[in-house]
Design a protein around this ligand. Structure first.
Ligand code: XIL
Length: 392
């Protein structure tokens, strides 16, 4: 068993009450009749049998892959079972809040000229003390910007603020980060630009070159880190995802053509348990197109939304497990895929409880471990997928 790691005393002293998650807004989700999902019904017949001895960490490493998960400073500090689960099952930790500009209780950027690395340092120390990689999320995003941003950052100083942020944050961890999500969610088809870029504050202030600037600045600050463009809505065989896949590919081709130091695409992979339009061949083609640009691929925020699944836990867990196994069997067949991160480890700490709650108010069950840190069938499904994956 891994040694029990206690957070440095200074972190315990500085830590206030755990962040209170927002109240769960009741979604009016409609529970669809089970017979509408061939895959789901098929999942009910699967045993998801697997030898349960080896943790996901060992199974992924055995194939030259990395498995990890997102976590929050307060949850890791306050819940020894979560910390133990990370140490046993994960080869990588992604701070869910602590490396965003402004998220959680003690944000990284409390002021225009301030950086508070307290919590991110605590998480990096925890990871390093337990042999986990760390990946940074995220340097440039249109969300999690501080309230002071709008009144302070303008077209005259935006470049200085962007470069200063990236140089300071990436430089602070130079040589310690597996990878960085340098730019997150920059594509938005509904904004109807020819280049399909989202009208973020960064685009408005700096123009479309902000993306290249961000990557070049990050590469200069840490030549060792893998630099990633990260986005969502790329997974299914539907017009929206197809258009977004095309737009993301076009962006990646453009960046590669201009010599931008980009190394990988992050596919967030927030999956839907009730989806009926998962098309393995369509996804395979996209993965292969990305790989043909010489890019690696990371599955960066994997989880399965069970909002519209039946409330019965036995049924719901099986459908969710089927989605995990079917998706991972496809993505892990692409040699360019190097890592799989779930967006959380335990149902006790999933963002979906707040952002995609069930209309019946039943606790969501989207991750490999339940709220008591017991392995679920989703864990079996992931273990089977890693065991079946080709060697890297
Ligand atoms: C989410 C966090 O999990 C939430 O706790 C927070 O309130 C909002 O952001 N895509 C991303 C992540 O890239 O940064 C988001 O994380 C989830 C969607």
């Amino acid at each position: 068993m891994f040694p029990k790691y206690i957070f440095p005393r200074r972190h315990i002293l500085q830590f206030g009450l755990g962040a209170l998650m927002g109240t769960i807004a009741l979604a009016g989700a409609k529970i669809l009749p089970l017979n509408r999902w061939a895959q789901a019904v098929e999942s009910l017949n699967r045993t998801f049998a697997v030898d349960e001895k080896l943790p996901l960490k060992d199974r992924s490493i055995a194939k030259g892959l990395i498995y990890g998960a997102a976590g929050r400073y307060g949850d890791l500090l306050n819940t020894q079972k979560l910390a133990d689960c990370f140490v046993q099952e994960c080869g990588m930790l992604v701070p869910e809040w602590e490396l965003k500009w402004f998220a959680g209780e003690q944000p990284l950027r409390p002021g225009p000229h301030q950086f508070d690395f307290t919590r991110a340092d605590g998480m990096v120390e925890f990871a390093q003390a337990n042999g986990l990689f760390v990946r940074g999320h995220t340097l440039v995003w249109h969300l999690s910007l501080p309230d002071w941003f709008e009144g302070i950052v303008n077209s005259q100083n935006a470049r200085r603020f962007l470069v200063k942020h990236i140089k300071t944050v990436v430089g602070h961890y130079a040589g310690q980060m597996h990878s960085w999500d340098v730019v997150n969610e920059a594509i938005e088809l509904n904004h109807e630009r020819d280049d399909n870029l989202r009208k973020t504050p960064w685009l408005e202030l700096l123009g479309s070159n902000y993306i290249d600037l961000a990557f070049r600045t990050a590469a200069e600050a840490d030549p060792h880190a893998l630099l990633v463009y990260n986005d969502y809505g790329l997974e299914y065989d539907r017009d929206t995802d197809e258009s977004k896949r095309k737009a993301v590919l076009k962006l990646l081709e453009h960046l590669k053509a201009r010599g931008t130091p980009i190394h990988a695409l992050g596919i967030q992979s927030h999956l839907q348990g009730d989806a009926t339009d998962f098309n393995p061949d369509r996804l395979r083609r996209f993965l292969s197109d990305v790989a043909s640009l010489g890019l690696k691929i990371l599955i960066t925020e994997l989880d399965v939304n069970d909002q519209k699944l039946p409330v019965d836990i036995e049924v719901r867990d099986r459908i969710v497990a089927g989605v995990y196994e079917d998706y991972l069997n496809v993505v892990l067949d692409e040699p360019a895929v190097i890592a799989v991160l779930t967006w959380g480890l335990s149902d006790r700490y999933t963002w979906l409880s707040q952002f995609n709650p069930r209309s019946d108010n039943a606790p969501v069950r989207s991750l490999p471990f339940d709220d008591q840190f017991n392995r679920k069938l989703a864990w079996n499904a992931m273990a089977r997928a890693f065991d079946n994956a080709r060697n890297r």
